[in-house]
Design a protein around this ligand. Structure first.
Ligand code: NAP
Length: 352
């Protein structure tokens, strides 16, 4: 029997897409995006030196908020309103005019929020060696950019030592859940925070954190952290920034390290906030370091090997929040900024 991809090549498809309507001010809302048809049906053929893929899973990532504004605060260029939103995905090659890819290959990398995409920059795609023990969608989560961020950020930026006290914010999310589990495997004491009691339960009972708390129920974050870390914090893996970062700085131990991974609490703010605990950087000789996962790409193959091994040995688990269909994409994306996602937020677009 012919492969499904062979049957598709040369046909046309309506090709629904999710577009950003206009640049966004403040926190994104669902109506900032909409599902549209492409003007004309597209022909399912790869143009010169490109691949044409069918998108299976799309990733919702907080950094994409930065691409929804035209002034340049993000480290990646803005989206074009009216065009399909760009993001990481898992896709299947329908047709290829690139010798490195063939019909039926499963790939992961940057694609667009639509049913079929032409990918011209094929150098950024990675062929997935399919492994029945690992869900395909994990290639935008555990084995994708967020998982790699956790791995590089924890081992390379935090420089952890066994027995150290580690605090992780947004701990039930795509990055945080892996940071906490890696810290436990490393022999650290780990506390996580998240914004619902369900997430706190998951952190303690499913992800193996020593302690967890709901930051939305706490009036004084600095006092809360002092309660959970009587000895102070050696490592703070910061996913949120703002007042939580200030509260953590107030609880750091001498020679503590703060890895500034993200500032999801600040993504949509334009005002400035003051920090009370900066002086401690000097007296406690604290290192605070921002990082981008892309600085560490030379470690990607080691990461894949290590994390695949941990997962298969049952040493780590991974939680996903799966939404179905491009119609659900806007809801899924805006949910990141109110904490609706429990685990890595993914959109399932099609089955293989
Ligand atoms: P995520 O944690 O899966 O989703 C975002 C979470 O942030 C939400 O579920 C919510 O959880 C929390 N949140 C939303 N608004 C908040 C607010 N105002 N205050 C506090 N918490 C808030 O996202 P992720 O993909 O793992 O990303 C986590 C962070 O890492 C983000 O800041 C992201 O930008 C950053 N990141 C950085 C890099 C890098 O290379 N440096 C790479 C990937 C990601 P709660 O229930 O806890 O509120």
């Amino acid at each position: 029997m012919e492969k499904k991809e062979d049957e598709l090549v040369g046909k046309t498809a309506e090709n629904k897409k999710v577009v950003l309507k206009n640049y966004v001010n403040g926190t994104p809302i669902e109506t900032d995006m909409e599902v549209r048809k492409h003007g004309n049906p597209i022909k399912l053929e790869a143009p010169k030196a490109s691949v044409l893929v069918k998108n299976l899973y799309l990733s919702c990532d907080p950094y994409m908020r930065g691409r929804m504004q035209d002034f340049h605060k993000s480290y990646v260029p803005p989206f074009s309103p009216g065009s399909a939103i760009e993001g990481f995905g898992v896709s299947k090659v329908v047709d290829s005019d690139d010798p490195n890819f063939k019909r039926g290959d499963l790939v992961t990398g940057l694609t667009s929020w639509e049913e079929y995409s032409v990918i011209r920059n094929t150098g950024q795609l990675r062929i997935i060696q399919q492994d029945d023990g690992i869900p395909l969608s994990y290639h935008v989560g555990l084995l994708g950019m967020p998982g790699f961020t956790a791995y590089a950020g924890f081992y390379e930026v935090c420089a952890p030592k066994k027995g150290e006290y580690v605090y992780v914010s947004a701990a039930a999310g795509a990055v945080g859940q892996l940071v906490g589990q890696l810290a436990k495997l490393h022999g650290c004491y780990v506390v996580g925070s998240a914004g619902t009691s369900q997430k706190v339960e998951i952190l303690k009972n499913k992800l193996g954190f020593d302690e967890a708390f709901n930051y939305k129920e706490e009036l004084d974050l600095e006092a809360t952290l002092a309660r959970y870390f009587a000895q102070g914090i050696d490592i703070y893996f910061d996913n949120v920034g703002g007042p939580m970062l200030d509260a953590a700085l107030g609880n750091m131990r001498v020679h503590g390290r703060v890895a500034v991974c993200g500032m999801v609490s600040q993504n949509s703010r334009t005002d400035t906030q003051s920090f009370r605990n900066m002086f401690g950087l000097i007296s406690k000789r604290i290192t605070i370091k921002g990082f981008l996962q892309s600085d560490f790409l030379h470690l990607y193959s080691r990461f894949l090997e290590d994390i695949t091994g941990y997962y298969k040995q049952g040493k780590i688990v991974y939680i996903e929040n799966m939404n179905d269909g491009l119609e659900s994409a806007a809801t899924a994306f805006v949910g990141l900024f109110s904490g609706k996602n429990v685990g890595k937020q993914v959109i399932r677009v099609a089955s293989e």
